[in-house]
Design a protein around this ligand. Structure first.
Ligand code: HMH
Length: 213
């Protein structure tokens, strides 16, 4: 049987729930997240997105030309996103020239390691990473300022459509992938789910390290 993005979500509903539903997001929605927790997330996520952009560059390099359109759209959005993160940091007087916390570093190392994997595995991980934020920021419901801007960035309709296209591209290559490669794709989905959960945990619980050098 061929694995698909839909089946991955069905077969690992619990892991995915832990990746996308977290008190961090619920407290943003309630407007009670502490600035230190939020700022920790913001700074560490910027560092993650820098590495994620490099990953998407490598996904493009592995992709068939029919998939370029969607991936290049993603890269264009990331260009905008990196500038936006810098703007948000400046507004909050945050220095982005900081070290990665262990959880962020491990996630970044993991996505770097995907470079050695077949395109179908990379495409699955790429989809899962984008879906995690698309769903995570959407699920709590309408957020108050200033968090609504963040919820909108990943929860908006166009981003949802883009994530759908990523799942279609992943499904298309998974269909012809050998069984052991499909297994690797499934493992990558589970790794992304685990790291996404850990990332929220990091921001929620270890804000005191927020600008440790
Ligand atoms: C941790 N996962 C994390 N940060 C992000 N910005 C994304 C996913 C984007 O989808």
């Amino acid at each position: 049987m061929t694995i698909t993005c839909k089946l991955l979500l069905q077969n690992h509903a619990q892991d995915w729930q832990e990746a996308t539903v977290h008190p961090f997001l619920e407290q943003c929605q309630l407007g009670i997240i502490q600035p230190q927790q939020f700022n920790t997330w913001l700074m560490q996520d910027y560092l993650f997105v820098v590495e994620f952009t490099r990953m998407v560059g490598r996904v493009l390099a592995s992709a068939p030309p029919e998939h370029f359109d969607v991936i290049l759209g993603g890269l264009a959005a990331l260009k905008d996103e990196l500038n936006w993160f810098q703007e948000k940091a400046t507004q909050r007087q945050l220095n982005l020239n900081i070290k990665k916390q262990p959880t962020c570093r491990e996630y970044c190392e993991y996505i770097q390691s995907l470079a050695d994997k077949p395109y179908s595995v990379q495409a699955t991980a790429f989809w899962a990473i984008e879906l995690a934020y698309n769903q995570g920021w959407q699920l709590p419901g309408k957020m108050p300022a200033p968090y609504n801007e963040f919820a909108q960035r990943w929860g908006n309709i166009d981003f949802t459509k883009y994530v759908k296209l990523l799942s279609q591209q992943a499904d298309e290559v998974l269909e012809t992938a050998e069984e052991h490669i499909q297994k690797q794709a499934e493992e990558s989905f589970l790794m992304v789910a685990k790291f996404e959960h850990n990332f929220w945990q990091m921001a929620f619980h270890t804000a005191q390290f927020c600008d440790a050098e």
